[in-house]
Design a protein around this ligand. Structure first.
Ligand code: AAL
Length: 411
């Protein structure tokens, strides 16, 4: 297992980021007039035909140091599978965005968004209809002895009373345990749910994972207020005078990690006037830091801390924070790591990843960089209206097995 991360040069994927500031020097003189040092052994491993004729891709390959070249720990493949009991698919019920799992009294616990009925979208009476599957949700929880068969235990945190900041929906929750206390952080929406509505983050705490939960009177995180809408059509979220910060519209997918004696609240930002870039949504992540679990959370001046991603999936590893970046942006489907929780570099890439991951926080996350992803929870769309919670497992590929070898072994 590779521990000495500071010597790893990031894998650069898909985008031409090789620059003249590169450490690779070109002996024969490249565009930057630098010198490349290429040993016979490395030339052989990389299969490079001619040391004096290096393609742009070969020059990037020369940036990979030996540790990175022979390390597969930051890569994985995954499979999803059905769960049993109350997590078996149920017609008419939405269960989605599971939190991480923790263990208490011998049982796994998870929290999730739960709503019922179909979504009507934004075309009709948004005051009274359900616009999204994650609209009109409460936060429920379930327990399991083995992580396969789950028992739904009931509501943990309900929507607030009319007029409060969370009166329309509470959803996409994460769990954090610290100093004998349990904290749920989650997204909130206030009625009416139109396309310009701002989403915030709420917090609830309890001395037991079974509750009862006390909710924060005010949100603990709100969008940046430096964007300006154009016109007054509440169902037009793309027209803006000014977009504002990466999180000017919504703060989503909150996840708090106790780190270096403080509390790091990672979140997904959505920007007013969101554009399509790199073939996907313009999504980036941020972090807000507090001295105490209940806040106040102060947004990092280094935000955004990713240029890609979607749902937050972060865990501590080797003194830093690792992050799985999925779905949107040029660095989607990469596993990243930062030594300080803020400055992330790409460590590995994946072919794809489960959505809305609920990590297994009981795992020994120091064993390998992606050990915490060996199994966990995800959600899947049965159809647009209904999502259900499923399991996933991953494996690290360390040797190649030809299909014919596998068939012979299976016989
Ligand atoms: C998810 C998350 C948030 C969004 C919606 C429900 O993928 O990013 O939770 O609000 O979709």
């Amino acid at each position: 297992m590779m521990k000495n991360l500071k010597y790893i040069i990031p894998v650069i994927l898909g985008v031409g980021l090789f620059s003249c500031n590169s450490k690779v020097e070109n002996k024969t003189g490249d565009d930057c007039g630098k010198e490349i040092v290429l040993s016979d052994e490395k030339q052989d491993f990389l299969g490079i035909t001619n040391k004096d004729k290096l393609s742009a891709a070969s020059k990037r390959a020369l940036e990979w140091n030996d540790e990175l070249l022979h390390n597969n720990d930051w890569y994985f493949e995954y499979q999803v599978y059905d769960l049993k009991g109350d997590f078996a698919y149920e017609e008419g019920v939405v269960r989605r965005d599971p939190s991480a799992m923790i263990k208490h009294d011998g049982k796994y616990y998870t929290w999730y968004s739960r709503s019922t009925g179909e979504s009507q979208g934004f075309g009709g009476d948004v005051e009274n209809e359900k616009v999204f599957p994650w609209d009109r949700c409460d936060i429920w929880y379930a327990t399991s002895a083995d992580g396969i068969t789950w028992k739904e235990e009931g509501i943990a945190v309900a929507r607030g009373k009319a007029g409060s900041y969370d009166d329309r929906s509470v959803f996409t929750v994460e769990i954090m345990e610290s100093d004998g206390m349990y904290y749920l952080c989650y997204q909130t929406v206030k009625n009416p749910y139109n396309k310009r509505v701002k989403n915030q983050v709420g917090l609830a705490w309890s001395t037991s994972p079974n509750g009862p939960w006390t909710k924060s009177e005010e949100p603990i995180l709100s969008p940046a207020d430096n964007g300006i809408w154009k016109g007054d059509d509440l169902q037009d979220r793309f027209s803006v005078e000014k977009k504002g910060d990466f999180d000017s519209h919504k703060v989503h997918d909150p996840c708090i990690i106790p780190y270096k004696g403080k509390f790091y609240l990672y979140y997904k930002g959505e920007q007013m006037g969101e554009a399509i870039t790199f073939g996907g949504r313009q999504i980036r992540h941020g972090v807000a830091i507090a001295d105490n679990p209940k806040g106040p959370y102060v947004k990092s001046e280094y935000n955004p801390i990713s240029n890609s991603g979607h749902e937050i999936c972060v865990w501590p590893y080797n003194g830093g924070i690792a992050s799985l970046i999925t779905t949107d942006g040029p660095e989607r489907n990469t596993v990243q790591w930062s030594p300080d929780g803020i400055n992330f570099e790409i460590m590995g890439a994946v072919k794809g990843a489960p959505h809305a991951i609920g990590l297994n926080r009981t795992a020994d996350n120091e064993k390998e960089p992606t050990e915490i992803l060996r199994w966990g929870l995800t959600h899947e769309y049965m159809n647009y209206n209904y999502q259900y919670i499923r399991g996933f497992k991953t494996k690290v590929m360390r040797k190649h097995t030809a299909n014919s070898d596998k068939e012979a072994k299976d016989k």
